[in-house]
Design a protein around this ligand. Structure first.
Ligand SMILES: *Cc1c(COP(=O)(O)O)cnc(C)c1O
Length: 380
């Protein structure tokens, strides 16, 4: 048996999710880049690269991970408010497809580094469209008060002074307004905002338009909703987004591609209680899964040994870390749970293993790959 806690990935579900996303996007000629920060597990990266996706990176090390796991440089884009000179140098040297520039100073630095390398490099301007994603405030990125992107005024000034940046080719615009978005109206508003920004800047004639990611997944009932609604997502853009004839539309999806294919398997160490509470103490803590402590995220938790029993006891599922916020689930309904039971924390494919830390000097969780449709372990 695997040492707990560990991340278990359903490779069959991942492949079905990728193929559904790809076929819905292909209907309209849309391109998808996988947002590596959602999960940089090399096995998953290899599968996603092989399925024909590009990569969206937010650090130099993510660019290295993309390149060494099969993504082609021509499918890699690079975003982030704080790119270091080394990271910019790396992306120009590897001739990745595009750098998403987030400030005026950054464009000057990119231009200078490209000049040193005697190259001309492709850049898209990331614009903060001031569109509310109506999601958790910690994962909203497209409002004026957020740190991301250029203002419309800055972008306009840059586009009218391109001659100052001789080593940079501005190929288009980039947007990303937030994550875990389930309301298609939000994407409609983004599309309409992009249309008016493009009109104002006259960028429809440029070859590139990237509208980011953010499509959410169902955390309440992952078994019923294993694959996100890619059809509505892409068709919303198809209906509302206007782009130039020669302009290719790109997306950057993270959570929706990998979120449902992973679960964190953890073993119950102890149970205890007082007048008010029953606690289940497990061997995975915020070191293994920080989303509940970081954002108050709620994951469905099931007792794998007692799946047929009614879930009629209310527990707080807590980890071993010496922090009060180290609680993986508050007031979770479970069957009567005992030491030695295995719990599955579901919907843990995205922003879970990629945020693992060694806090309290705990071991990193291992990996198991399976295919739930043919229930045996896959050895990759
Ligand atoms: C995180 C991120 C994404 C992916 O977001 P998801 O909600 O996981 O789809 C896309 N683009 C950028 C720039 C990001 O920072």
């Amino acid at each position: 048996m695997m040492k707990t806690p560990y991340y278990q990935y359903d490779i069959g579900l991942l492949q079905r999710t990728l193929s559904e996303a790809k076929s819905e996007a292909s209907l309209y000629g849309y391109h998808i880049h996988y947002a590596i920060k959602a999960n940089a597990n090399p096995t998953l990266l290899g599968i996603i690269a092989k399925a024909g996706f590009g990569a969206d990176c937010v650090s130099g090390n993510e660019i290295h991970a993309a390149l060494s796991n099969g993504f082609s440089p021509s499918g890699i884009v690079f975003a982030g408010v704080g790119k270091t000179d080394d990271e910019i140098e790396l992306s120009i040297r590897n001739d990745i497809y595009c750098i998403h520039c987030e400030s005026v100073q950054e464009l000057e630095v990119i231009d200078r580094i490209a000049h040193h390398q005697k190259r001309r490099t492709r850049v898209a301007l990331r614009i903060n469209p001031n569109v509310n994603a109506n999601t958790h405030k910690s994962i909203t990125t497209g409002l004026k008060q957020n740190k991301f992107g250029l203002t419309l005024t800055e972008a306009k000034a840059l586009l009218s002074s391109t001659s100052k940046y001789a080593n940079v080719e501005i190929i288009g615009l980039h947007f990303h307004i937030g994550s875990q978005i389930l309301d298609m109206d939000v994407f409609k508003h983004l599309a309409l905002a992009v249309n008016s920004i493009q009109e104002e800047l006259g960028t429809q004639s440029l070859p590139y338009l990237n509208v980011g990611g953010g499509l959410g997944i169902n955390y309440q009932n992952p078994e019923l909703h294993p694959i996100p609604d890619f059809k509505s997502y892409f068709s919303t853009f198809r209906t509302w987004l206007k782009h130039g004839n020669g302009q290719k539309v790109h997306f950057e999806l993270g959570r929706s591609l990998v979120g449902q294919c992973g679960q964190l398997i953890t073993c119950v160490l102890y149970t205890k209680g007082n007048e008010d509470k029953r606690f289940v103490v497990v061997d995975a803590g915020m070191n293994a899964l920080i989303r509940p402590a970081l954002y108050g995220a709620v994951h469905r938790i099931v007792n794998l040994k007692k799946r047929e029993l009614p879930e009629k006891f209310v527990y707080d599922v807590v980890g071993p870390i010496c922090e009060t916020t180290d609680c993986l689930g508050e007031e979770v309904l479970l069957p009567e749970t005992e030491r030695g039971d295995l719990l599955a924390i579901q919907s843990c494919g995205a922003y879970a293993e990629s945020m693992v830390s060694d806090y309290n000097l705990r071991d990193r969780p291992g990996n198991e790959f399976c295919n739930a449709e043919t229930p045996e372990t896959i050895h990759l």
